[in-house]
Design a protein around this ligand. Sequence first.
Ligand code: URA
Length: 446
Amino acid sequence: MKYNPVEIIIRKRSGKKLTREELSFFIKSYLNNEIPEYQMAALLMAIYFKNMHPDEIQTLTEVYINSGKRITFPPDMPTVDKHSTGGVGDKISIVLAPIVAACGAKIPMISGRGLGHTGGTLDKLESIPGFRTDFSYSQFKKMVKEVGFSIIGQSKELVPADKRIYALRDVTGTVESLPLITASIMSKKIAEGAKNLVIDLKVGSGAFIKKMDKAEKLAELLMQTGKNLGQKVSVVFSNMNSSLGEYAGNALEIKECIEFLKGKKIPDIYTITKMLAVEMLMLTEIAKDRIEAGNMFGTVLENGKALEYFKRFVQAQGGNPKICDDTSLLPQSKFKIPIISSKKGWVKSIDTQAIGYALIEIGAGRKTIESQLNYAAGAYLPIKVGVFVDKNSEIGRVYCDDEIQGLSVANKIRKSFLIIPSKSEYDENYFKEMELIYGLENNLDE
Ligand code: URA
């Protein structure tokens, strides 16, 4: 071995900047199984605590990308992608990709599985009977060209470094690190070959980033890394103080996506999806202005074209497209346990991260790399911050296969709501602030 892995771990633990050679050696040796999981986990924890210099983050991203192949598309193809930094109930990619593809964009999307307390797009999609996310580089390229979009996972060919390290971070408490998030997201997004990228940067109690100052730092790192590697990146900051939509849990969210594509108006899903779609249509210059982009979004939702694209996508990736007509073909849970409010008043805050971790207990996410998911498990969570609830009213429901576990999860979710008996002007402003969404863009020409 060229280096001693322990010395590299100790150098990072002491806050030193690792060189390209050291990072490249460590990650290559890990992928070749010459460095064991426990040493990789130790390095990740050292990075978590000691952070990385922006140059080091750039190098780490490049090492991730170079661990596999890099896809290219013809320069005149309007390629664009979106990636979320992660949240509870975040199913936006699954409705956004068919909408934007139906408007004429091509979307090569490499996504992730559940991470920490958040769900993952790949796990949600794999709850569709037969659906696959493990396609080869060339099959992926073909689907993007022919179907308009494809959503697959990291593989031995595409960003294998992120595939292994992502799964390890999920179960070692090393997710909430700006350098690790940046390298993980940007490596996938550069390797997949999209020329344009919109980041949905989630901020709040259910996100990895809880405060705006840290979110702005992450946005800067993502935009700068994209710029250095020739990708145009826009960042939209969006609220993750309540879980997104009405459901959290793999198959439950697929059902919700189908209902949305069929025209059900779910306010937060609608607002954030429209905002991201407009951004993607502007970056690709498919729309000449935001008004035209907004109209295109409305049209493909209303005339059924977005749903048609979704069906074609499910079929192309091996899934049963009949789920679009009959959602009872999706996995179903044995029990539905109501979550009952013990107080009357306004929801001041929700510990959305605690909800995400509670859902892992019934199999909606993983505790170890080997954990088996229960695709039907999850929760109905219609109540958002700022909403009024009555004592003894149903504020949600747990979907599970084990009644005892379900009761305990329902209790944990109930306790994650902070309910105040009256609301002041201060609270009104606070609730408005919690709804804010706004955006930033890197400029490749500057
Ligand atoms: N999404 C990713 O792909 N990686 C992260 O680290 C966080 C969100």
